[in-house]
Design a protein around this ligand. Structure first.
Ligand code: ATP
Length: 362
């Protein structure tokens, strides 16, 4: 196990910058998750740590060692990809033992380690099988086991669950958390999946266009997003972002005035200022009163059982494309498309961002 430190790392492919000035310090034994839209540089960071991309600019440390010039094999990191990459001609047991055999570990140690990891991953009954006779989930567990059995200093996982179906994904996610608790290996994990990021991470690193936007605990990223991009990216369904203007004691959103006395106490906003209002779908209440509410028209209703996702638009004659507002409400509520609803905003759950910089203005 070891801490991992990136200092000012920039990587380019030709003239395009994949990651820019990345500085991170991941403490020994922690589980960090990298998230961000496609192409933001997540895999490049992982591949750089693994040694699959040489460091072009900046410094990379594993433990206290500067590893810029150290080859992938000597870095003592294990990487698991979404497409498992098991050796097809080897059995599960041989696949699991491969790393130990390469290190010339004695056979009894290899066997003991293989059985131990196979038991903890629930694949002990599959040891004699070849990968082609395994399900996707079983193959993925073998790939994880093969990486863990080496007891690397650092574990790098690039969307390791993305090929699994929903149920298996949930189960394997829980197993991963348990494995991390058991082995305590410093782990850096790339995912698109909000649930994985929120449930697995000690710290989440949100990236956009090759740059770090925020490093914080899952709770902090959700409750205090560093900017509009993070706010829009973290959360499922995502936060609504509406253009609005600050008025005395309220906001004007597409011709509708929403009284919000609490805004007065926020000295950083001034009357007439244009803002982006961030509203999480789960914080919006449907109200029977038009007072202090936002009038919307229902477009699509998606009943999910426990809750209903209601897609709506704000009527506004001046826009070619009306602004949309998604609500996550109780499953008992099933409005009809075309219905007019009143949506109550909770002043304590409103985010305000600068439309140009994207930074919070509160
Ligand atoms: P995804 O979520 O789609 O896997 P990502 O966040 O992992 O994306 P990267 O794969 O790190 O993103 O890519 C970052 C940027 O670098 C992208 O613009 C990508 O097109 C570019 N890039 C990555 N690898 C190469 C390469 N080998 N050659 C040229 N450009 C590359």
């Amino acid at each position: 196990m070891a801490r991992v430190r990136l200092e000012g790392i920039t990587q380019r492919f030709g003239t395009a910058t994949a990651i820019q000035d990345i500085t991170l310090a991941i403490p020994d034994g922690e589980f960090w998750v990298l998230v961000g839209p496609s192409g933001c540089g997540k895999s490049t960071i992982l591949r750089t740590i693994a040694g699959l991309e040489p460091v072009q600019e900046g410094r990379l440390y594993i433990g206290d060692t500067l590893v810029n010039q150290i080859r992938a094999r000597q870095r003592d990191v294990a990487m698991v990809f979404q497409n498992y990459a098991l050796y097809p001609h080897m059995t599960v047991a041989e696949n699991l033992a491969f790393g130990l055999r390469m290190r010339h570990r004695p056979i009894h140690e290899r066997q003991e380690q293989v059985h131990k990891i196979a038991r903890s991953l629930d694949i002990a009954h599959l040891l004699d099988r070849k990968p082609r006779k395994l399900s996707g989930g079983q193959q993925q567990r073998v790939a994880l086991g093969r990486a863990i059995v080496r007891k690397p200093q650092v574990f790098l996982l690039d969307e390791p669950l993305s090929n699994l179906d929903a149920q298996l994904r949930d189960d394997t996610r829980a197993e991963l958390k348990q494995l991390h608790r058991t082995f305590g290996i410093t782990t850096i994990y790339v995912t698109h999946d909000q649930v994985e990021a929120m449930t697995l991470a000690d710290q989440i690193v949100v990236l956009h266009q090759g740059r770090i936007q925020q490093i914080a605990t899952p709770q902090a990223v959700y409750a205090h997003p560093a900017n509009c991009m993070v706010a829009a990216f973290m959360g499922s369904p995502p936060m609504n972002l509406l253009e609005a203007t600050v008025e005395a004691n309220g906001l004007r959103i597409d011709g509708q005035r929403v009284p919000l006395p609490a805004l007065d106490s926020q000295s950083t906003v001034s009357v007439g200022q244009r803002v982006i209002v961030g509203l999480r779908p789960e914080h919006l209440q449907v109200s029977s009163e038009s007072q202090a509410s936002l009038g919307v028209t229902v477009t699509v209703v998606e009943p999910l059982g426990r809750e209903t996702l209601v897609r709506t638009v704000l009527p506004d004659a001046h826009r070619t494309l009306p602004q949309s507002l998604n609500l996550q409400v109780s499953g008992k509520l099933l409005p009809q498309p075309g219905e007019r609803l009143w949506v109550q905003l909770d002043p304590a759950e409103i985010f305000l961002f600068d439309p140009i910089t994207g930074n919070p203005v509160q």
